[in-house]
Ligand binder design. Structure first.
Ligand SMILES: CC(=O)N[C@@H](C)C(=O)N[C@@H](C)C(=O)N[C@@H](C)C(=O)O
Length: 752
């Protein structure tokens, strides 16, 4: 390029001409438009004083791509019913930013809001109690009492008691004091981190909870009295238990209140817990250190709870999560991931259970566990496939006191279900369309939900029973216009030109040895333009989820929608082993990774080529983690199939990963199947390593020709960066075009 007459020579990135640069600039502006669409994360409703209208509070978040930050907001709305029976949402004029806030939880009545600010250094943890118009209380809990409050998906539990005077929560146990060796000798527990010039016990290593839990060793249970600000550790819990998901048991007049929580015991080592429901856990009940029911809650009682050790409530089941009491306090409901624990698969089909709760509050370890929703092995066509990735709202109950509303996955869709916990009847509450639906909160007997699809940004929906009096189970859904669903005109226009469908792909090579569930068709989501953009077929990007027991759902994804908007068709393959299709299909994969899953992806690609939806010469493949395992397997096993590939923190060599990951047990289970659980050892034999190598993409590296992009998170504890580097270097050695981008501060899921 020569210099322009109109100005100084423009600096171009290497090898870019002006047209390409303008195209990149325009794509990057569009990517920012997509990225800045806000997400609706949570919601709460509160009845107004009249009891007819209600007030809703939404937690929304919005990333800022350039600043590499995510802002959290609260947006409020007044909900009223119009005379024509439609619902009117009156939104507050602007959202309010929750800057520096780690977690916030309103009290059940909506009169108070707990706001927690975790410290970034050694400073105290800040608790604020907000009233309707001001901050009413502010407490600083020193690190000698506890560290950060947990705000994650496993251990987080923040629960207000019924009279809104006490809050139970989970926080990091204070770090044990470190010994100091000085010129004068040894002093125990006298060092602070500001000391220098001495060895201060830094080598005394304590196990942490793995990926995304750096620095998190021991989540412990605390109760704070919001009148006095006194925070106390709950006693009677064994040191080897990490705790989470705490709730208050129904109060019993005149006796000390109890807490129910989930406990995970450590065993020989702490294995990673993120994306791993297969860690054994149980429900426990313990006496709260604070007060008797019916007191004013202004004083913490001195009575010791050490005399009341925690009682294990779920002896006979290997996993119990998300405890919830029925409104009348007669039942304790919980989800179990026992299929996952018992099989060793890191995710599997969940089940729902019930325990009768003693109204006198006497804690018992021998309560009978009743199955409400069992694990579904092989669903009949289009029938309920079982529970997947279900978490339960803090108040999931309709007014009859026995119907719960929960979210789950059904094939490639997120769905909302109602479950009668007495009759065990399960119904699909969200429409039987192909969109994905999530419940945000209940408004009395109505549901506030969010719905989206690969070609539609998330929208708020209001669901109500069509004819409540006649006990009809048909739900009707109203659109709620909300400021949080706004996006640029350009994005709206581009999305309106796209369509998607969920394809059923028949399985190839069904042998007699596969289960009925594993012989059924699997699904793939196909996203394309509604009209032909030009004479030839658009290029296709095959997108592969990780896990392998996870699923690509039909919800809105900003990055995928961006790709479809700039001219790519997408194929998101839910190969056998994905969540949402029954336990038999899921369990068909462990032991067959690198063959069955690879074959399913190739079958899905042929399926769209055969139907004239994709051109064999214009296919790219992308995936992260186990999806990266598949991506790198595919470019090795089908070297002529892909024009280009991108792998994010890919599992390329199980034999290398097993010695460095936070979940070595995963390498055994995917390589050997369920029995791998019994072979797992911290000292893999040559035979183990040979099998793992043979099932890994690295064993096919010599055949690869496809130019490949590697995206690697330097802080990844799950699939450490060395795994991707080894494979990428092996490709370079062979002369395959490779580009590696390392994200220095990112963990396994590259989000920055
Ligand atoms: C159990 C587990 O962590 N398996 C990994 C090898 C894996 O594939 N994990 C995926 C669930 C995963 O981490 N995906 C990331 C990229 C995501 O953001 O979902």
């Amino acid at each position: 390029m020569g210099s322009s007459k109109d100005g100084p020579l423009k600096e171009m990135p290497l090898g870019l001409d002006a047209t390409t640069e303008e195209e990149y600039a325009s794509q990057s502006r569009l990517l920012q438009d997509f990225t800045s669409i806000s997400s609706i994360d949570k919601a709460w409703t509160f009845k107004s004083d009249s009891g007819i209208e209600s007030q809703a509070m939404f937690s929304i978040s919005q990333p800022n791509l350039l600043a590499n930050k995510r802002k959290k907001f609260i947006l409020s709305s007044h909900i009223s019913r119009e005379s024509n029976n439609s619902m009117n949402f009156q939104w507050s004029p602007f959202p309010v930013e929750m800057m520096g806030v780690s977690v916030f939880v309103p009290s059940p009545s909506g009169a108070k809001l707990l706001v927690v600010r975790n410290p970034e250094n050694e400073s105290p943890c800040q608790f604020e109690i907000w009233g309707r118009g001001q901050v009413e209380k502010e407490f600083h809990i020193p690190q000698s009492v506890h560290g950060s409050v947990y705000a994650d998906e496993w251990f987080q539990g923040i629960s207000w008691n019924a009279d809104e005077t006490l809050i139970a929560y989970v926080a990091e146990e204070p770090a044990p004091s470190k010994p100091t060796f000085t010129g004068q000798g040894y002093k125990n527990g006298s060092s602070t981190d500001k000391d220098f010039g001495n060895w201060k016990g830094h080598g005394d290593w304590k196990e942490e909870w793995g990926e995304t839990y750096a620095g998190k060793r021991q989540p412990a249970l605390f109760v704070i009295n919001i009148n006095s600000g006194e925070a106390q550790a709950v006693k009677g819990i064994e040191k080897s238990l990490s705790v989470g998901q705490v709730v208050w048991a129904p109060p019993v007049k005149g006796s000390q209140q109890s807490l129910v929580f989930v406990g995970w015991s450590e065993g020989i080592r702490k294995l990673g817990i993120k994306y791993c429901t297969n860690r054994p856990c149980a429900l426990y009940a313990v006496r709260a250190p604070n007060s008797e029911s019916e007191t004013d809650g202004s004083e913490l009682k001195a009575s010791s709870t050490e005399d009341f050790p925690a009682v294990k409530l779920t002896q006979s089941i290997s996993s119990a999560l998300y405890p919830r009491f029925s409104p009348d306090g007669k039942f304790l409901l919980f989800i179990s991931a026992r299929s996952s624990v018992d099989s060793g698969s890191h995710y599997a089909t969940d089940s729902l259970h019930r325990i009768d709760w003693a109204v006198d509050g006497v804690l018992s370890s021998s309560a009978k566990i009743v199955d409400v929703i069992p694990v579904v092995m092989c669903p009949e066509d289009d029938c309920f496939p079982g529970l997947y990735k279900s978490s339960i709202l803090s108040n999931p109950w309709l007014s009859d006191g026995c119907m719960m509303i929960i979210s789950s996955i059904w094939g490639s869709c997120e769905v909302i279900l109602s479950v009668n916990v007495l009759s065990a009847e399960v119904s699909r509450v969200s429409p039987a369309d192909s969109n994905s639906w999530n419940v945000l909160t209940l408004d009395g007997d109505n549901i506030i939900a969010v719905s989206s699809s690969p070609v539609e940004v998330p929208h708020i929906k209001y669901g109500y029973l069509v004819d409540k009096e006649s006990k009809s189970t048909t739900w009707s859904w109203l659109n709620v216009s909300s400021p949080s669903s706004e996006c640029s005109e350009k994005v709206k226009f581009l999305l309106s030109s796209l369509q998607f469908s969920i394809l059923k792909v028949p399985v190839r090579h069904v042998s007699g040895s596969v289960t009925k569930g594993a012989a059924k068709p699997f699904e793939a989501i196909f996203v394309s333009s509604k009209t032909k953009r030009n004479d030839s077929l658009d290029p296709l990007i095959v997108i592969l989820h990780g896990g392998p027991h996870d699923v690509s759902v039909s919800s809105f994804s900003k990055s995928f929608a961006f790709l479809s908007s700039i001219g790519f068709n997408l194929l998101l393959v839910n190969y056998r082993g994905s969540l949402g299709f029954g336990e038999e299909a899921l369990q068909s994969l462990p032991g067959k990774v690198g063959s069955q899953d690879v074959d399913d992806v190739l079958v899905a690609i042929d399926h769209v080529i055969d139907r004239g939806l994709a051109s064999p010469s214009k296919i790219a493949v992308v995936g992260g983690s186990h999806g990266g395992f598949l991506t790198t397997h595919l470019i090795g096993q089908a070297p002529d199939k892909f024009a280009v590939a991108a792998a994010m923190n890919p599992v390329c060599n199980l034999a290398l990963m097993v010695g460095t990951t936070d979940i070595p047990d995963w390498c055994y289970v995917v390589a050997y199947g369920s029995e791998g659980k019994n072979y797992y050892t911290e000292a893999p034999s040559a035979e183990h390593l040979t099998l793992m190598h043979s099932k890994s993409p690295i064993s096919h590296v010599s055949k690869v020709k496809t130019p490949t992009l590697f995206l690697l998170g330097a802080q990844d504890l799950r699939v450490p960066v060395s795994t991707g580097f080894q494979y990428a270097r092996a490709l370079k050695e062979k002369g395959v075009p490779v580009k590696i981008i390392v994200f220095p501060h990112d963990v396994h899921a590259i989000k920055r």
